[in-house]
Design a binder for this molecule. Structure first.
Ligand code: AHM
Ligand code: MG
Length: 338
């Protein structure tokens, strides 16, 4: 490979900003700091077994779930990597109940960062891929510390979003609103190198991804949709879809983005008057929705575009149906007619 073909993530971010003269370079700095945090987390995830860092801390996070040591570690790494750069005015993490202020001694910037430090962490002990998801907005307030109001936003207002999947290799996928691009970490040189330029999700896939153990809690539309995916229709030549479900959102989403198809985490209708969702709007659904839309796909609750939902609470949850455009649209048809 010739040297000129090697595009590091920082070169890519800088070149994207250069194409937009209004850019100040601050976003470049912010994303750069994030890639350092990602490399540190990647190193730790990869040697988790060796470092004997696995296991529960015994504490519960604000959602009442047991927290693994690596979750805390990843959360700390991101907060400490991002709090002093002068780019941010506030942060919010899936692991912290309240917003995370920028310490007094550091300058405050015009962006805010929301993140899920280590999603899918219940899989870590089985060596299954986990991931970090992030989302960046421009602040609404004008100076000083950012506020909760700055964080309660609509997905369409995102400036950038991305995820890092710690898998057979570590990959970073991000968008700043000009396509979704993927980078693979070369451990030899410690750099993320452009490997998936301008990702385009197939308009229709052959794979569905859902926790099918929850069938009895789904709405009728979802049940019928999933059932129909398994049907063979010789007239149309449709073969049954294949099921793939890792149970690690970033890994399931990454496969869906590259191969096409649909990932679903619908609401639980055990109590039909109080449907319950699992995934978080600000840390999980909205950033992945931004990435999938930039790749030509779609993200929906079944009747509303994820990107159009304004968060009312920091830890708000939402159904998430995401993937190939035609697959998601077909699902919406079933959901609305249930
Ligand atoms: P987490 O943020 O506590 O790790 O939970 C989110 C995870 C996602 O990674 C995954 O898509 C989902 O939970 C799996 O849930 P389930 O085990 O109910 O299928
Ligand atoms: Mg999560």
């Amino acid at each position: 490979m010739s040297g000129s073909k090697i595009i590091t993530v920082q070169r890519h971010i800088i070149e994207q900003e250069r194409d937009h003269p209004e850019a100040t370079g601050e976003l470049t700095g912010l994303l750069w700091d994030l890639t350092i945090a990602a490399k540190i987390i990647s190193r730790e995830v990869n040697r988790a077994g060796l470092a004997d860092i696995l296991g529960l801390t015994g504490q519960e996070n604000i959602h009442g779930e047991e927290v693994k040591k690596l979750d805390e570690y990843a959360n700390d790494v991101i907060i400490k990597s991002m709090d002093h750069g002068g780019h941010l005015c506030v942060m919010a993490s899936e692991e912290n109940e309240d917003i995370i202020p920028i310490p007094d001694q550091y300058p405050k910037g015009k962006y805010m960062l929301m993140f899920d430090p280590l999603d899918g962490s219940s899989n870590i002990d089985a060596n299954v891929s986990v991931g970090t998801i992030f989302s960046i907005y421009r602040r609404k307030t004008t100076a000083g510390n950012g506020t909760l109001e700055d964080c309660l936003r609509k997905g369409v207002e995102q400036v950038a979003a991305g995820y890092i999947v710690y898998g057979s290799s570590t990959m970073l996928v991000y968008t700043a609103g000009h396509g979704s691009h993927g980078f693979t970490l070369d451990p030899g040189i410690g750099e993320f190198l452009l490997s998936h330029k301008n990702i385009q999700i197939p308009s229709r896939g052959k794979i569905y991804s859902i926790n099918e153990g929850n069938t009895n809690t789904w709405d009728e539309g979802t049940r019928k949709y999933i059932n129909d995916l398994k049907k063979v229709t010789p007239e149309t030549g449709q073969k049954p879809y294949s099921l793939r479900y890792i149970g690690s959102l970033v890994a399931d989403f990454h496969r869906t983005l590259l191969y096409g198809g649909i990932f679903l985490y619908p609401a639980d209708y055990k109590d039909p008057n109080k449907p319950k969702s699992k995934l978080r709007l600000l840390y999980e659904a909205a950033p992945l929705a931004f990435i999938v839309e930039q790749a030509g796909g779609k993200a929906s609750t079944g009747d509303t575009a994820i990107m159009e939902i304004k968060a009312e609470q920091l830890h708000q949850k939402t159904p998430l149906i995401i993937g190939s455009k035609e697959d998601v649209e077909k699902y919406e048809g079933y959901f609305k007619n249930k």
